[in-house]
Design a protein around this ligand. Structure first.
Ligand code: C2E
Ligand code: MG
Ligand code: MG
Ligand code: MG
Length: 279
């Protein structure tokens, strides 16, 4: 594509670069087809709070016809670059809200929340708030059970507009978590102004919590910060019982990670919930 645009982007020839650009273009093309052909699906990962299952985070997957299951790390950045994140994000939200509404009839599932990851590209759309509210109405999902996960990078520009949108959704009951907390550069003064419900401790700190004393210090600091701001805190990437026990001992009661469950297709997630709630 760099070629089509002319200019001096490719005035030297680098075969590795050339092949990367071609691969990239092919994947972008595949991504467009994927939306049309409904090759995306959602996995649900349990969130556990105080020993109870409190909700699930939805994580999108791409069932590629040749490549198999592709993880979002590979295609979300591309979807953001190409603008396809808007229709993809709408589909994720719609599917998640429809799932919330479907769980209404089942006493084991009807109290669960669903957390949806939102890209900055989506959130900054002028009609984002209307889109979310329209989706909630259309699917008859309870807004109180929908949580949106934002990232610190969203705080880099036009925070006032961001805060206004958050309040508009908050007024209808929608909750917010700040994802991957500690990896970005959010200013504490902004943090105070955002109507957040939770901070999510990034998995990189949880992973090395027993290996790197800096990470355990960061974990404790995030928990203290959340407490002083009156926010809940969720640790992500909890893989072992030792990590869970440590987190609980320093005051983090909500966890998510392979120790409890991998992200699962919806049927498997429901089975997991039934087993978990009965034990
Ligand atoms: P995230 O929101 O921080 O999601 C957590 C990631 O950690 C997920 O990766 C999840 O599968 C993985 N994970 C969960 N528990 C563990 C654990 O115990 N150990 C380890 N090592 N990893 C664990 P995944 O599913 O590959 O998603 C990666 C990122 O892609 C997400 O990070 C999120 O930023 C983005 N993403 C996923 N779905 C969506 C979506 O629907 N929309 C948008 N905009 N972004 C999405
Ligand atoms: Mg997330
Ligand atoms: Mg995260
Ligand atoms: Mg993360």
């Amino acid at each position: 594509r760099a070629k089509d645009e002319g200019g001096n982007g490719l005035c030297f020839f680098d075969p590795a670069m050339e092949s990367l650009v071609l691969k990239h273009a092919a994947l972008a093309e595949d991504l467009r087809d994927a939306l049309r052909e409904r090759q995306f699906l959602l996995h649900y990962q349990a969130q556990v709070s105080g020993g109870r299952l409190s909700g699930a985070e939805v994580l999108v997957r791409w069932q590629h016809p040749d490549k198999g299951l592709v993880s979002p790390g590979e295609f979300i950045p591309l979807a953001e670059e190409t603008g396809l994140i808007i229709p993809l994000g709408n589909w994720v939200l719609e599917t998640a809200c429809a799932q919330l509404a479907a769980w209404d009839d089942d006493p084991l599932l009807s109290s669960l929340t669903i957390s949806v990851n939102v890209s900055f590209q989506q959130f900054r759309q002028d009609d984002f708030v209307d889109q979310v509210l329209a989706t909630l109405r259309r699917t008859r999902a309870n807004p109180e059970r929908l949580k949106l996960e934002l990232t610190e990078s969203m705080l880099a520009s036009n925070v006032d507009a961001l805060i206004e949108r958050m309040y508009a959704l908050k007024a209808k009951g929608v909750g917010f978590a700040l994802d991957d907390f500690g990896t970005g550069y959010s200013s504490l003064s902004y943090l105070k102004r955002l109507p957040l419900d939770h901070l999510k401790i990034d998995q990189s700190f949880v992973r090395d919590v027993f290996i790197d004393s800096n990470d355990s210090a960061i974990v404790k600091t995030i928990i203290a910060l959340a407490q002083s701001l009156g926010l809940g805190v969720i640790a992500e990437g909890v893989e072992t019982e030792e990590q869970r026990d440590y987190l609980v001992s320093v005051g983090c009661h909500a966890c998510q990670g392979y120790f409890f469950s991998r992200p699962l297709p919806v049927e498997a997630f429901e089975t997991f919930v039934r087993k978990f709630q009965r034990t």
